[in-house]
Design a protein around this ligand. Structure first.
Ligand code: NDP
Length: 461
């Protein structure tokens, strides 16, 4: 390259970096103490540099300033009455982050740690994830600091009814379509749908996804995030000369995503040796018995420590973060955000892990991601790896609109194709923008371009 050309390219890089830093500093000032949201924004902004250098139109039109500011953040009171007759009050949230390519779409999380930072980080990630699926869905997320653990069915129902009474004003099949997330499964979606239907009348099946099969749900939605995680990772492994077959796998969590990631990994011939809940983890060198985990978690709603009553050769360890000290070939974090810090990342690397696939949203800290990217480990980021859940939710919306339901295998086949496409799109974007093999950069850029181009087309709104 001639000296002049080198100078020019350095200048472009400098301008883009300065712009990104300024945007980030403003966001930091405006969202003080929202650490999870800032973490998600930082990761995306840093990875967008190559696209801003190549296409300055995104800087000139203030796309970053607009895409990082939610279109709407709704916060509301959720009063309900517990079984002893006592009045309780929780806080409800819905962030409608970006509707450039379709109605807002994203789950509801019920967990005591929920606050506006958590909801905004999840909603922000959702924009790019949804765009990656290739489906016409925008980004949203919601939830409450309500803790479903230890509550009776009656308490859960009354809470869900109160939550939906308020939320129903803001959602609808063509406006905003929530689904489940941590603490929101089939039971909660049933109560939420019942209350929406009661308030709005008719049979508004397209307003929520993750519904029961008897009233508009899609086959394979329950399995979609976990299966999709494994389909993505299998594609990543196959493209690099590895496979799940014969590998040792650790899957954190023991909820919806974790259970179906374990199931698919086992079907592909992996030996899954550990899983967890928020109290601790079980290590079963014979291979986790999934029937026991399903009974404990899906039916009896018990703690994972009870696994060892049925399998005395297994070990239970209090505290979930140490699960990453067990040597494995493939690690699938499927519990919650920031569950892998730099210490756990180092342990995984030192113990010879070959691949990480993030089934959960943002389960690795920024430092942990950096360590993975700087090693020769294959690393699949959450917004690409776990996009299968929302993809099948969009398929549920399609089936509801057409008033028909597809067979399990048909949905599963579509899911497989979607996950392969997400991998291929991300890997080729990484290559095109000068970071070969870096799926963080590739997925972020692929999702960003889809949304940013729609925003450009719509003008400044
Ligand atoms: P569930 O509520 O079904 O399961 C969550 C699991 O993670 C449980 O085992 C839970 O343990 C554990 N967990 C929750 N919080 C913590 C914590 N602070 N520390 C350690 N463990 C914790 O949720 P899902 O399986 O649906 O969601 C798991 C992850 O996947 C989340 O990050 C979610 O955002 C993401 N995701 C989910 C999708 C879906 O379709 N459900 C789609 C895409 C992403 P315990 O029971 O003790 O609380």
């Amino acid at each position: 390259m001639k000296l002049e050309a080198i100078e020019k390219s350095k200048e472009k890089q400098w301008i883009a970096e300065k712009y990104v830093n300024n945007v980030y500093e403003t966001i930091k000032q405006r969202n003080l103490y929202e650490n999870e949201f800032l973490q998600a924004v930082k990761e995306i902004l840093d990875s967008l540099l190559p696209v801003l250098i190549k296409h300055p139109k995104y800087m000139e039109n203030g796309i970053l300033e607009r895409i990082t500011e939610p279109e709407r953040l709704i916060i509301f009171r959720v009063p309900w009455v517990d079984d002893t007759g006592k009045v309780k009050v929780n806080r409800g949230f819905r962030v409608q982050f970006n509707s450039s390519i379709g109605p807002y779409k994203g789950g509801l999380r019920f967990h005591p740690t929920v606050n506006s930072s958590i909801i905004k980080f999840l909603g922000f990630e959702q924009i790019f994830k949804n765009a990656l699926t290739g489906m016409p869905i925008g980004g949203g997320k919601g939830g409450s600091d309500f803790d479903p653990k230890g509550k009776s069915d009656g308490e859960i129902m009354r809470f869900c009814q109160s939550f939906m009474t308020e939320l129903s004003q803001y959602i609808g099949p063509d406006i905003d379509v929530p689904a489940g997330d941590i603490g929101v499964g089939a039971r909660e979606i049933g109560y939420l749908f019942g209350q929406y239907k009661r308030i709005r009348g008719g049979f508004p099946s397209g307003v929520l996804t993750g519904k029961g099969l008897g009233y508009g749900g899609s086959l394979a939605r329950r399995e979609a995030t976990g299966y999709g995680t494994v389909y993505f990772v299998e594609e990543m492994l196959n493209n690099n000369g590895y496979t799940f077959n014969g590998s040792t796998v650790i899957v954190s969590g023991s909820g919806n995503v974790s259970i179906y990631a374990m199931e698919k990994a086992m079907q592909l011939g992996a030996n899954v040796i550990a899983c967890s809940d928020s109290d601790g983890y079980v290590y079963d060198p014979h291979g986790i018995n999934l029937a026991t985990v399903k009974r404990l978690k899906e039916v009896e709603r018990k703690r994972i420590k009870e696994y060892i009553f049925d399998h005395p050769h297994a070990v239970y360890v209090e505290g979930c973060s140490k699960i990453w000290s067990i040597p494995c070939d493939i690690a699938l974090p499927c519990a919650t955000q920031n569950e892998i810090n730099s210490e756990s990342a180092k342990l995984l690397i030192d113990n010879g892990v070959k691949a990480i696939g993030e089934g959960a949203n943002m389960p690795s800290t920024l430092e942990a991601v950096e360590l993975f990217l700087n090693s020769d480990i294959l690393f699949g980021p959450g917004k690409a790896v776990n996009a299968g859940g929302v993809a099948v939710s969009a398929l549920e919306m399609s089936q509801n609109s057409m008033r028909l339901s597809w067979a399990f295998d048909e949905v599963d086949e579509k899911l497989k194709m979607i996950m392969k496409n997400i991998y291929q799109r991300s890997i080729s974007c990484a290559e095109e923008y000068g970071h070969p093999g870096n799926l963080v950069v590739g997925a972020n850029i692929a999702g960003f371009i889809t949304v940013a181009d729609a925003m450009l087309a719509h003008g400044v709104i």
